[in-house]
Design a protein around this ligand. Sequence first.
Ligand code: FAD
Length: 580
Amino acid sequence: MGIVSPSSLLPLSQTKNIISSSSTFAFSTQIKFRLDFRRIMSSASKSQTQCVSSSTLYQVPGLDPLEMDSIAEKTFERYSSNTVKNNGKGVSLVWFRNDLRVLDNEPLFKAWVSSEAILPVYCIDPRLFQTTTYHFGFPKTGALRAQFIMECLGDLKKNLMKKGLNLLIQHGKPEDILPKLARAFGAHTVYAHKETCSEELQVERSVARSLRQVVLPPTQGNSSRSSLSHSPKLELSWGGTLYHLDDLPFNINSLPDVYTQFRKSVEAKCTIRGCIKLPKSLGPPPSIDDWGIIPSIEQLGLHLEKTTKGMRFMGGEAAALGRVTEYFWKKDLLKIYKETRNGMLGPDYSTKFSPWLASGSLSPRFVYEEVKRYEKERQANDSTYWVLFELIWRDYFRFVSIKHGNSLFYLGGPRKVEQRWRQDQKLFETWRNGCTGYPLIDANMKELSASGFMSNRGRQIVCSFLVRDMGIDWRMGAEWFETCLLDYDPCSNYGNWTYGAGVGNDPREDRYFSIPKQAQTYDPDGEYVAFWLPELLPLPREKRNFPGKSYIAQVVPLKFGNTSTQRSKYGGRQSRLQSR
Ligand code: FAD
């Protein structure tokens, strides 16, 4: 086993028929439009057998740190402006939340324009790192995501320093820390990004309330207020979606309950705003003796099992920009995304942007601009569009969370569906630990625990199995995902789970995924299951997903039977839903 990372060690050959490496590029270019997804996956599987051992570890992106830094530096350069004017006064704070980036960061921009000095702050909030999920007591942030976020902070600090600033690391609740800092530095404003879900909104309200308790003397702060004593303001910007909330062609309460209607409407009537450009230097920051230290996972009270196989995502904006460069430009995979995106094995069947989008190390508007640049410089096709199509799903769930509020977290979901669910702990644990007796479920759940990631295909399958075949309370699954996923984001997670459980806002969504059929379509040679369940490796390929008695016993029967040919009562609807 070895970690696969810097270019010299890149496992390109392992994925050569799904995607291109320089030597196989011509081949994949010739075949890509003629092959349907199934054939691509099976040819991929064949090549992978030779090269993917069941202990391969992929670093994502597969670039070395110097290369990532150089990509970040060049990108910052491209996105800097020397025409922005600063005529502000005093000090302002930039409170970093799920926006751990420099590029396309509006609060940072506004702080620079309105002040003489900026103090960037991140609060290590015990409510994120030292508590449990709402109902079922799983760790609120699992060790893998905590590690990823700490890496994001390290990289953010580095990038802010390159811009002449720094990052103050504080331990505690933002509503306790920010007012103290605002008082100590006489900050006239705290700039931050706006969130949409209840826990984050509660923190915003508490911060605003506690800032109102701070009285700044007349001589300090913004010139327009300098003759009066005043309190620091909290100024929130919208900034995590492709489409800006203010640009939507309807009031948020009239957000369509059908995704396609939403997408068509925004595509027809809205434009995506350009990325915010910052000046090259934003410094210097106020003088501070101790900028704080980014804690280790152990200091956060968590324990990290070493990732030994699967994917190891590198946290931080440099890694995010590196992954965009790697996926779009170096490996030239964007043009085949639509054909490969339903894969499950390895880093290159899909973009893998989600962990960086969720932590805010990557701006979706930057991804949009890169797609447009690629379409201009290389080619535009269904695949280049499809990445945007998927990003619009992400936007959609964010807007759904505003329209439907807390109902996204309730058992009956936005549609208040009344249904009986089980909370059978033992059964749930077989799902969580990957011991259900169904290799496709078990492999996906093991991947989630080991690497903090699971493909979109895998997520839909394990969700359907938990809620439809086991009949278990979907919130148990959603909370386990909340713990484990590197890309956990309340809107996308609970949005997708409510859809999967049939309680989402779209009344037409009701999904059942047949495991035998999914296995035959997306893992026909059992490569994926054998990667995560090496005990299946010796079996003939066609048996790996159907191992019978040579694997652990199945804990529940499938609702619609065990054979891939059996049709469920969902009939045609099932295939329509699977094809999304
Ligand atoms: P790609 O296929 O490369 O897609 C590009 C981007 O589009 C993704 O990075 C993501 O930002 C967005 N996207 C794609 N599909 C979806 C989708 N169905 N919903 C929302 N955004 C999407 N995604 C999260 O980011 N966070 C979550 O907590 C999350 N929980 C999920 C739970 C379930 C039960 C399901 C079925 C899906 C969930 N997803 C979640 C959506 C999706 O599975 C991941 O975004 C995707 O697998 C990430 O891999 P990628 O970046 O390679 O995606």
